[in-house]
Design a protein around this ligand. Structure first.
Ligand code: SF4
Ligand code: SF4
Length: 312
């Protein structure tokens, strides 16, 4: 099989794993991102993301030596029944938290694909990255032709929207790349910037130090007062989807296949007042979900912030 045929074979094998789209990009360093990242770090935007650094992020070789090609897949997670806060009295949890933990789900699938690919090409080496390595996945997806980065910085796949996980399989084989996505289609829209309750977005930049997701998922640090007020008022207890909900490109998004993703977590449909869970309840309710990374005391603090003294 020549390189082009091998690439198309990989794509055809990857799509039935649940990816709506699969593209291929070269693993050259992202030179154009270097300066932007340096100023992002020097402005302290990484305060709650201590595992990142600019030099590693721009160069996929730091993640896998010898990487020449990245297979990038978009795995849709939106589903028609996942409307955060739709059930009266429930808390809002980001859509990506509704099914089985995407790390648990996607890593073995891509690992199996790698094993199959190695049977086709002995000597092929690869590394699976599902939000588990310091990679610029969104920029890689743009380079692989999947879409553009919106003003909220997430990847938008045109009319198919932005509700998706990005998963990457780095390979040491040099395969012909797909055509990169050259233009953004946000135009004069500012809906995400206007809607963010904690003013975390400026065009094509997001300040994690002001984003509600940072303080409900990534860190137990106290949110700044404005962010705390936004969490309390908006009711987003884990993550936040506001900037994607208002995006016109998500009007008719591509939905995930529940059979490829698992059933919703019970937490989404329970009254908020019942969600001041103790450690063992939290462990059992968050088993095999991406919420497991949030510690129980952190969850309790967020729920207390939202519910105040109104119940319990
Ligand atoms: S996720 Fe929510 S808080 Fe964060 S930038 Fe988007 S709208 Fe703002
Ligand atoms: S809401 Fe508007 S500005 Fe923001 S990402 Fe979507 S199209 Fe772009």
């Amino acid at each position: 099989m020549d390189d082009l045929a091998f690439k198309e074979w990989l794509r055809a094998e990857a799509l039935p794993l649940g990816f709506a789209r699969v593209g291929f990009a070269s693993c050259e360093p992202f030179e154009s991102e270097r300066e932007r990242l340096r100023s992002w770090f020097s402005a302290g935007r990484d305060a709650h993301l201590p595992y990142l650094d600019a030099e590693t992020l721009v160069d996929p070789q730091r993640v896998m030596e010898g990487a020449r090609t990245a297979l990038v897949g978009f795995f849709p997670y939106a589903r028609p029944d996942a409307i955060p806060g739709a059930l009266p009295g429930s808390l809002k949890l980001s859509r990506y938290l509704w099914g089985t933990d995407y790390h648990i789900l996607l890593k073995p699938r891509l690992q199996k694909l790698l094993t199959k690919a190695q049977e086709q090409r002995p000597g092929l080496k690869g590394r699976v990255c599902v939000d588990t390595a310091p990679l610029l996945e969104r920029q890689m997806a743009v380079r692989a032709g999947l879409g553009w980065q919106g003003k909220h910085t997430l990847l938008i796949m045109g009319k198919e929207g932005s509700w998706g996980f990005l998963a990457v399989l780095l390979l040491n084989a040099k395969l012909p790349p797909d055509e990169s996505f050259a233009t953004e289609h946000c135009g004069s829209c500012t809906a995400c910037i206007d809607a963010c309750p904690s003013q975390a977005i400026s065009p094509f930049q997001l300040d994690p130090n002001r984003c509600m997701t940072t303080y409900t998922i990534e860190t137990e640090a106290e949110p700044p007062p404005k962010v705390a007020a936004a969490i309390a008022q908006s009711g987003w207890a884990a993550g936040c989807d506001i900037c994607q909900e208002v995006c016109p490109w998500n009007a008719s998004p591509i939905f995930g296949d529940a059979s490829l993703w698992g059933q919703p977590n019970r937490l989404h449909g329970e009254p908020a007042a019942d969600l001041r869970l103790g450690p063992s309840q939290w462990r059992s309710r968050t088993r095999r979900t991406a919420l497991r990374r949030v510690r129980n005391r952190h969850w309790r603090r967020t729920v207390d912030l939202i519910l105040g003294d109104s119940v319990d």
